[in-house]
Design a protein around this ligand. Sequence first.
Ligand SMILES: [Mn+2]
Length: 230
Amino acid sequence: MRIAAIYDIHGNNDALEAVVEEIDKLGVDKVVVGGDLAWGPQPRQVMDKLYAKKEDWLFIRGNSDREIFEQYRDATSSDDMVGKLNQWCIDQLTIEQLQWLGSLPFSYTENNRLFVHGSPRSDTESIRVDTWDKDVMEMVKNTPQSIVICGHTHRQFKRKIGRTQVINAGSVGLQSRANGACWLLIDSDEYKLQVTRYDVDQAARAILASSAPYKEDFAEHIRNPPDEGP
Ligand SMILES: [Mn+2]
């Protein structure tokens, strides 16, 4: 049984394409998409691809999926970067895609594994490579599964904390410190942190040619993944 866990795509079309190509080549049995699908420079291209897979792959929601949907549903607006980007995504997506974003479940359970976006109790709570053990233990104390697969912080890692194995799949589209699109390949009981190389200059050029807000920031992030801390 092989499972691909792809998290935090964040509207990066070229990165998603590269990962999907690799997954297709490997021929996995299951794909779990770990949330934060659209929020980024190319929401429509990415969501067209993901929406077409909605019956075949498993999806959980990230905080930005929820926040885009809530801003759409409540017709609110905000002038900060997150609010402006949410609005860009709302304007780009179809109503069906927005409704689907709002309908994604919080988590997915598969045998002894729990897939969540942030932590088992919140889609905005971070489990970082240096989060104190006692804090992580508090987050997972009501989780019966002993393997927790998360994302949200855009940094890949594996940590054993108490009886819980925590694996952060990293980010497909807005990676930090990595040379490519990060994801996780689960091969029976092996957890392989993957980095798929792709042409980041081409990706950056495509973003710069669009009318996305903050496109220069996204292009720079993708060309030179920053060190965003642990
Ligand atoms: Mn997130």
